[in-house]
Every structure is written in C-alpha cells, then in structure tokens.
Design a protein around this ligand. Structure first.
Ligand code: SF4
Length: 354
C-alpha cells in the first residue's frame, strides 16, 4: 500500500495543521483520487526522490477529476521531464545560497528577507528554492538574534520580508514571538509575508493570526502566490476578506508556467478573479532557471506576446508587472516588452486617417 499521508494529525492541532499532516505525498494516490490513469506518468514518479511531492486536500479539491492536463495538477505532479538535466538551469539560479546571517538575505537596499521555515504546505515542481540548503538556514531562537542584530545595525532597512519555504508554516505563537522582536527595531516600518499556504489551505488564516498582524505597529502586507484562476475558491476568498477587513494589504505574485497559465485567457481570468477576491495582481515572474524545471519555461517572444495581450484586454491596474529576477541585481528586472505600448497599431491607424 503506498504511503498516503504525511503523518497522522495530532490531538490539539489546529484545522490547518491537520490538513498539513494529511497532505498527499504519493503521486499514484493523487492520480487515483483524480481518476486519472497512472500509466503515462509512472516514469516520472522517481522525480519525487529529488524533491518530494506534497499536496494538501483543499488544493486537490480544486482539480478537475479525469483531466491529466489540469493546471493545478501540473504544478505539483512529479514528471519524467524533471529527470532531464539541461544546460543553463542550475541549482541556485538567484545566487542565494550564501546568506548574511543564518536565515537572513539582504538582497535589496531597504528590504531584508528572513527564511522563517524550510518547508512548504505544497511542493511546487518549478520552485526556484527546490535545491536551497534549508538545513543550514534553520536558525534556533538564539541564532535569530544574529539576524535581529544585523537589521538593527542597518538603518537603511525599513521592511522585513518573511519567506521560506513558507513562513506561515510557523505557528501563530512563533510568528507572534518574531513580530515582537521585529517591532522593537525602531527603523522598521513594514512586514511583508510571502506565502502560498493560505492558497492551498485557507484555514491557515486564523483569527489569532489576523488580529496579531492587525495590531502590530508594523504595517503588514501579505503577498500570495496564485498562478491560476482555478486556485481561487470560496474558502480562499473568505480568508482574503478576513485579512482585508483587518487592514492587511493583499498582493499576488504568479510564475509564468508552460501548460499552466501560458495563455492570454488564463492570465486575464486570473487577474479578474484576483480582483473579485480583493487581491491586487502585483508581479508575474518569468521562471527562474532552476535545474529540473526547464519544461515549465517559455521563450521570451511568447512572454512578450502575453504581456501585450494582457495590456490590450485589461485595465492597467489588472496587469501585473512582468519581471525576472537576476542574481546580484538591486531590484527585480522588468522584461523588455519588445514593443512600444504607447504606439499601438490602432493609434497609428487613427493618426494616419486624421
Ligand atoms: S510554496 Fe513557494 S517556496 Fe514553497 S515550493 Fe511552492 S514555490 Fe517553492
């Protein structure tokens, strides 16, 4: 019998922790649940030895049964494509494996990133940190002091990003402790939480978490990671409402992924659904060139065409910034559009006629 769940839920655990414990880790089990024939996928099951599979039930519930091309399934199912080694795709595409203190990265002038947790609720096959040495960056409470001292000694830092893994894998008490430490550093103004956990397990947005963020002297933002409109269900919308009503600003960043969201229809619908859920489209990232994930990448010309299509079909506030991250750069790099958005053919036609 294949292993079906990560572990048995423990007594006293919160609903989100129980969902986490029950996450499906076996691709054969996942495909059976979705009534999909395993034969065509069996060669890829070995890829989970390099990067385990992990998918919580609330995310599985949003997949379409019987559809092997479901865009949510494609993000989490190990495929034989991952066993291919490609030139130019590396284990550390962003040059992050050297940190300034255990779990601390100071990549951009006014922002510092803390790796709060190594694990995630879902393992996305395209993850740019799938090879990150989390074991070397899992500080104890005492070691965290080095990070707080670093931030305190750098007055140019005004914002702390909590990242991972997924920072919301930490429980509410641990987050409360961390926030309390950060609130004591006078030059900090904001705390930003980058997370996918509430997307795959919406019950992670507990009342205790919402009220702690709302009561912080640091302005709190949450950047969700949603790649496809089908990821937004009623439970996620309710969680987003709770945060919004408490004054937590909600943004979304997506990754552009082949056979997941690489069409103008999919991207425009994602923006529309985000807006209905009170989540602002923020960034659309070109995939970082991480080893074992080349099959998700797209040629630049296709990216430019998608950007143009979104600008034509949506109001500006629903078009995320198309960016890539380049190791060593002081900010994200906007992609070259390949066209002048201010001189469109329709405008030229108009000027020629008048
Ligand atoms: S949630 Fe984010 S950090 Fe975790 S596996 Fe997915 S992409 Fe990577």
């Amino acid at each position: 019998m294949p292993q079906m769940i990560t572990r048995k839920p423990l007594e006293g655990e919160r609903p989100w922790q129980q969902e986490l414990a029950k996450a499906v880790t076996d691709p054969a089990v996942l495909l059976t649940m979705l009534e999909i024939d395993q034969t065509a996928f069996a060669d890829g099951f070995a890829a989970r030895k390099q990067f385990p599979m992990r998918v919580p039930q609330p995310f599985i519930d949003r997949m379409v049964k019987g559809d092997p091309n479901d865009p949510l399934l494609r993000q989490v199912l190990p495929l034989s494509d991952e066993l291919i080694t490609s030139n130019g795709y590396v284990s550390d595409p962003l040059g992050e494996h050297d940190t300034q203190a255990p779990g601390l990265m100071h990549k951009y002038q006014s922002r510092v990133l803390l790796i709060l947790r190594g694990g995630c609720a879902v393992n996305c096959r395209y993850c740019f940190r799938r090879h990150f040495p989390y074991g070397d960056n899992s500080p104890s409470k005492q070691e965290w002091q080095q990070s707080f001292d670093y931030i305190a000694a750098h007055p140019e830092i005004n914002e702390v990003l909590l990242s991972g893994g997924d920072p919301l894998m930490a429980n509410d008490q641990q987050l409360d402790w961390l926030l309390t430490q950060l609130e004591q550093i006078p030059h900090l103004r904001r705390v930003r939480i980058h997370t996918r956990l509430p997307v795959v397990i919406p019950s992670r947005i507990t009342d205790a978490l919402v009220s702690r963020l709302a009561s912080s002297r640091l302005k709190a933002l949450m950047v969700l990671h949603i790649n496809h409109a089908n990821e937004i269900d009623n439970a996620l919308q309710r969680a987003a409402q709770k945060l919004k009503q408490a004054g937590i600003w909600l943004l979304n960043q997506s990754v552009l992924l082949q056979q997941v969201n690489d069409s103008a229809d999919a991207l425009c619908e994602l923006s529309e659904r985000l807006f209905e859920a009170d989540i602002q489209p923020y960034y659309l990232h070109l995939m970082d060139k991480v080893a074992q994930a080349e099959h998700f990448d797209l040629p630049l010309a296709r990216v430019q065409a998608l950007n143009k299509a979104m600008m034509q079909r949506l109001p500006g506030f629903l078009v995320p910034k198309f960016v890539r991250e380049i190791a060593g750069q002081q900010s994200k790099t906007p992609i070259d559009l390949g066209f002048n958005p201010f001189i469109e053919q329709t405008d030229l036609d108009f000027f020629q006629q008048s």
